[in-house]
Design a protein around this ligand. Sequence first.
Ligand code: MN
Length: 292
Amino acid sequence: MNKLGIHALVWAGGWSHEECTQAIEQTAEIGYDYIEIPALDPSSIDVDFTRQRLEKANLGVSLSLGLAPEADISSEDPEKIARGEATLRDAVLLARDVGSPYVCGILYSAFTKYFHPPTRKGVENSIEVLRRVSEQAKKSDITIGLEVVNRYESNVINTAAQAVEVCKRVGTPNIKVHLDTYHMNIEENDVVSAMKETGDFLNYFHIGESHRGYLGSGSINFDDVFRGIVYSGYKGPITFESFSNVVVHKELASILGIWRNLWDDGFDLAVHAKAFMDTHLKSAHESISASA
Ligand code: MN
């Protein structure tokens, strides 16, 4: 069965010792296998403290981030590219030190709304940096997951097929695709086909509703999503990702457009999501046995 995780923004907008302790303890209490920590501001993460808490709770961890516009490796500005590469290299070191086997998210461009398509040279620049960063990550057995996001959050990779193409051009064994149902719901023709076509490149998965609130309360067909996961043979991690303006991370909230209150109680949301994912995974597995 896939390991199930939850995004830390369900618990807290920052990563003080108190927020870190509470997020990790509650994630473990509900029975998740790991917590995904956003590393947009690595200096806010006390690595030793976080690692100790994770070990105490026997919980796994993953790291995600998106590049800032001034660190855009898909640009044609050498200074921005250098800043982006430094950010990614630091994220790999942070992942190694905190014990995360993954660095994923919008690692190939800025995490922003673009007002123009990417340039050919810009995409080549991104691919060169990703090749060097993934070679660095390989030394610590870390996988780089390129998150496919909707058109309002990047202009480089909006579909699974585009992500597979970039992975092939990067050409390292640990560069993989990270899919997210919230984004797929906007950009893919068909969610299940996209998962199957991603095949072995699929290495990380976000489950999110169409409005990023409670699973099942929006318009995404999660029966199809979980059958897609099982039918495509995907065995990797699945993270529940949800946002409400009740828990605010200043950068993320503004870029993601978290204006509405979709939930007040992160604990209730997290308990519900765990049960929802367990049930849907079980049903998808049973649907295979039933048809065999
Ligand atoms: Mn996501």
